[in-house]
Structure formats: structure tokens, C-alpha cells
Design a protein around this ligand. Structure first.
Ligand code: FE2
Length: 363
């Protein structure tokens, strides 16, 4: 099964383009600080204020911790919101996705801990991504963080998918080159993992192959030359990988990153870059069929594909393993024991030793 929704618009953000979406009277805007300053959003907000009451927050930190969500819920507990607009990277959008279902009677924390189901109604959400990679703007999950209990996880369900998505490559292009490259690598991991996963299907694979080709062809120019043309290609591919995440799954790298991210204080993308050093090598060593199929679909040998990924990492200065994140051999057992989630979706997973071996190769 595969279907693409919601409404996705590509172009330059402005009051006219925003007004194509139903904004409503009471509007929560979650935006990242840098974006608010750099993109003339202030002017757009001023115009919106003529017709709507805006509640603007720009305090969401990386990983979208519970306390940041609670602050919004507390401050707006007496407001009947019509819409939420999220402008920012993955954490900002994920926070907004969680908030879109959090104003009702059901506690988002109970949903997070599996004590109750996601509700079937929400506040409509407009997502405007400013980084190209997480796919958060189209995926069915909101990844948030219970800092107190050290647990990062997801609220999952179609209901949390944003209702409208606006892609403006100018917003993406303003993000620093290093971040652009790192997040672009996250996009590549979504394409590779949703293909390799046991949950994949032919349409997912088709989209993955397209995305991998786009990343190989356009990510370097998008990062190094600040090319809007290349950036828009990457941004669209990245968003569509959000749909792939909904109809397939990620593999062990994402399971492992959820542990080492909070442990090392490194970003989602940095963790994946480091883990990929070991995971791709492990897939190759174990002769995983899906890796062979992926390379074949790209009209490459497996070795050529691995070289292509390596070269991309070198060109973007992303060529490192988990030791760069401050981890060593002594941490591996603990990390392995903390990995949770559906590890079986990864065809290379045999038992817990698979994770240990991936981590050793990733040092
Ligand atoms: Fe990811």
C-alpha cells in the first residue's frame, strides 16, 4: 500500500502563498529562533496578525523535550486553537505534531508510553520545513524526548501527519552548510533504510531509488554552492521520504541512534552518519540480499554503491565513526542493551550480537 497526502505546495513563502491554507483565528506558531530572525517572517506574521491572533513560540530545543511541549500547553490551556503552523527543522515540526493532538483530554505522555491510543481528532497543522532531511513534515510520527527519564521515542499514527506542507528551498538554503550536509545524510538514510527494511514494498523502493539518485546528484551542490535549484530537488525528495517512513520503516541505525543521541549529546544526523560506517559494512559482510537489490536498482555493484556513499561523506566532511562522538569499545555493551523498538525489521538483525558488531565496525 502507498498513498501520498496531504496537500504539498512548492514555492516562495509569503502572505499570499500562506493564505492558500486555512489559517483560522487563533493560531499557534512554533518556529525556530534563527528562522524567525533570518527570513522576514516577522513581516509575514505582522500581516497575519490583521486577521488572526498569533501565539508565537520559538523555544523548542533539539529532540523536542516534554518540558518544552508542556510550556505551550500550560500557557495556551484556555485558548481554542484553530491552526498550528510549524516553521523549522525536525524537532520543531515534531513538537508541533505532538502538540496538534495534545490539547484534548488525552495526555500525550500516556500515548508516548503506550498507555493509550492516539486520539482521532487534532488541530490542523501546517508544516514549513527549514531543513531537508528529517521528512518530519510528511511522516506519521512525532519523535519527542522525555528528558527526565532519558527516553526518546515516538507518537505514531496517521493523525499526527501535518495537513498542509509548504516547501520553500530558500528557507532550506539559509541553514549552515554543515547542518545542510548532515541533515541531507539523514534523508539518504531514510531512502536506504526504507528500501532495505523487511517492511518495504515496490513503491517505497521506487521512491527510495529516486531519492538516492537525487542525493548523489544534488546534495553536494546544494551544500557547497548554495544552489537553490539543487536545494529544491533535495528538499522535495526529503519530504517524500517522510511518506516512505510511513509505509516502510527505518532499520537498526535509527534504533541505535535513539540511544547514542541522548547519551552523547549529538544530533540525530550526526549519530546516523557515525553508525552508517558500521552498518553498511555489516550489511556487506553479511551479504544481505536487500543491499544487493538496492545496488542493482541503482545500476551499480554493491562495492560501487558503498564507494559512492563514502565519497559523498568525504566531499561533505562527514567521514567519521562513533569514536568521534566520544564513544569507545567500553560503551558498546551498554548501548546494545539499551536499543529498543522493532529491530527485526532490519534484515541484517539476527540477535543482539548484530548490534554489537555494527557498533564495533562503526568505531
Ligand atoms: Fe532519521
Amino acid at each position: 500500500m502507498y498513498y501520498i497526502k496531504p496537500v504539498i505546495s512548492v514555492g516562495k513563502i509569503g502572505i499570499e502563498s500562506l493564505k492558500k491554507f486555512p489559517i483560522g483565528k487563533e493560531v499557534l506558531i512554533i518556529s525556530s529562533k534563527t528562522v524567525s530572525k533570518n527570513y522576514g517572517l516577522h513581516d509575514i506574521f505582522e500581516k497575519l496578525k490583521k486577521e488572526s491572533t498569533l501565539y508565537i513560540f520559538n523555544h523548542i530545543r533539539p529532540d523536542a523535550p516534554f518540558e518544552d511541549l508542556d510550556r505551550v500547553l500550560e500557557e495556551l490551556k484556555d485558548v481554542q486553537l484553530d491552526t498550528i503552523i510549524a516553521i523549522g527543522g525536525g524537532s520543531t515540526i515534531d513538537a508541533a505534531k505532538a502538540l496538534s493532538i495534545a490539547f484534548g483530554k488525552i495526555s500525550y505522555k500516556d500515548i508516548f508510553y503506550g498507555k493509550t491510543q492516539v486520539p482521532n481528532s487534532k488541530i490542523p497543522l501546517i508544516a514549513i520545513p527549514t531543513t531537508a532531511g528529517t521528512g518530519a513534515e510528511l511522516s506519521f510520527g512525532a519523535i519527542i524526548y522525555d528528558k527526565e527519564n532519558g527516553k526518546k521515542g515516538g507518537i505514531r499514527g496517521e493523525i499526527v501527519q501535518p495537513d498542509f506542507v509548504f516547501i520553500d528551498a530558500n528557507l532550506h538554503n539559509g541553514c549552515p552548510t554543515k547542518l545542510k550536509a548532515e541533515v541531507g545524510f539523514d534523508c539518504l538514510t531514510h531512502a536506504i533504510e526504507t528500501y532495505i527494511s523487511k517492511k518495504s514494498n515496490p513503491i517505497v523502493k521506487n521512491q527510495s531509488i529516486n531519492c538516492i539518485k537525487i542525493i548523489f546528484q544534488h546534495l553536494v551542490s546544494a551544500c557547497k554552492d548554495n544552489s537553490i535549484y539543487d536545494m529544491e530537488k533535495v528538499a522535495i525528495a526529503s519530504s517524500l521520504m517522510g511518506i516512505n517512513l510511513a509505509f516502510s520503516s527505518t532499520c537498526l541505525p535509527h534504533r541505535i541512534q535513539y540511544v547514542i543521541g541522548p547519551m552523547t549529546g549529538t544530533s540525530h544526523a550526526q549519530g546516523l552518519i557515525a553508525i552508517y560506517k558500521g552498518w553498511l559494512q555489516y550489511l556487506y559482510n553479511e551479504n544481505v540480499d536487500e543491499l544487493v537489490d538496492l545496488a542493482t536498482d541503482l545500476e551499480m555493484s554493491v562495492v560501487q554503491f558503498l564507494d559512492k556513499v563514502d565519497n559523498l561523506k568525504k566531499e561533505l566532511s562527514l567521514n567519521y565513526g562513533i569514536s568521534k562522538l566520544g564513544l569507545c569499545q567500553d560503551h558498546i555493551e551498554k548501548i546494545t542493551s539499551m536499543v529498543t523498538g522493532n529491530v527485526q525489521a532490519d534484515p541484517s538483525y539476527k540477535d543482539i550480537n548484530s548490534i554489537t558488531n555494527i557498533l564495533k565496525l562503526a568505531l
